[in-house]
Design a protein around this ligand. Structure first.
Ligand SMILES: Nc1nc2c(ncn2[C@@H]2O[C@H](COP(=O)(O)OP(=O)(O)OP(=O)(O)O)[C@@H](O)[C@H]2O)c(=O)[nH]1
Ligand SMILES: [Mg+2]
Length: 231
């Protein structure tokens, strides 16, 4: 009966009776998980926070807007910081993606570190038509690792503006070599044609999701260990 109702009130009142009847807090808690899982209204949606990083003008905002709204913005308006939220289906489950689109221009660099702290995954963009922007990916990665001190932090290297092949300044091999050195995936994208835009975001979401699952497992093992010590 509880599983069929979307109304939280009777679920909670039933729980109070459970505590009185069994005195077994573990069984009550496991019951609560099942009940919450069945009541669609209160099922929490996992949220992953992605930060866009890279030099000014490489296409961070254009990629974000293409992913969010499936449109390409031709005009260049330097970003200070913009945030977006979208619900997507990731491998059969609904997750929410929060995207923080940061400023590539130096004028705003001072506020960058603060944003990095909250990031769960980093979408690092350079333009394949601007060698300098590829070089600068090094300092973005350094900054991120300084803040997070974790080389396995979810991260993707993206060579954008792949539609401008005739203006290419960074070879695919050089970019791949860098990605291998960092042990991260590399994709070439075009915010203009939408090539590899969704693929890049989904790759990063998968990395974040895996990382969270792994750390949840570690935490639950630690909890079990602690329980054994108490016993
Ligand atoms: N041809 C082409 N142009 C692109 C692509 N991505 C972005 N642009 C253009 O490049 C310019 C800069 O793009 P933005 O997305 O604003 O760059 P940004 O990285 O957000 O720049 P900042 O906000 O200053 O850090 C704009 O005029 C875009 O239209 C792409 O894949 N192909
Ligand atoms: Mg921008």
């Amino acid at each position: 009966m509880i599983g069929e109702t979307n109304d939280i009130t009777p679920v909670l009142s039933h729980l109070v009776i459970m505590v009185g009847e069994t005195n077994d807090i573990i069984s009550v808690l496991s019951h609560l998980v099942i009940i919450v899982g069945e009541a669609n209204d209160i099922m929490p949606v996992l949220s992953h926070l992605v930060i866009m990083v890279g030099s000014g003008g490489v296409g961070k905002s254009a990629l974000t807007l293409q992913f969010m709204y499936a449109e390409f913005v031709e005009d260049y308006e330097p970003t200070k910081a913009d945030s977006y939220r979208k619900k997507v289906i990731l491998d059969g489950s609904e997750v929410s993606i929060d995207i923080l689109d940061t400023a590539g221009q130096e004028d705003y660099a001072a506020i960058r570190d603060n944003y990095y702290r909250s990031g769960e995954g980093f979408f690092c963009v350079f333009s394949i038509c601007e060698a300098q922007s590829f070089k600068e990916t090094e300092s973005f990665r350094d900054q991120i690792l300084r803040v997070h001190d974790d080389e396995s932090i979810p991260f993707i290297l993206v060579g954008n503006k792949a539609d401008l092949e005739d203006q290419r300044e960074t070879s695919k091999d050089d970019a791949l070599a860098k990605a291998r050195e960092w042990n991260v995936p590399y994709l070439e994208s075009s915010a203009k044609t939408k090539m590899n835009v969704d693929e890049a975001y989904f790759d990063l979401l998968r990395q974040i999701s895996k990382k969270k699952a792994a750390s949840a497992q570690v935490k639950s093992k630690e909890k079990k260990k602690k329980k054994c010590i108490i016993l």
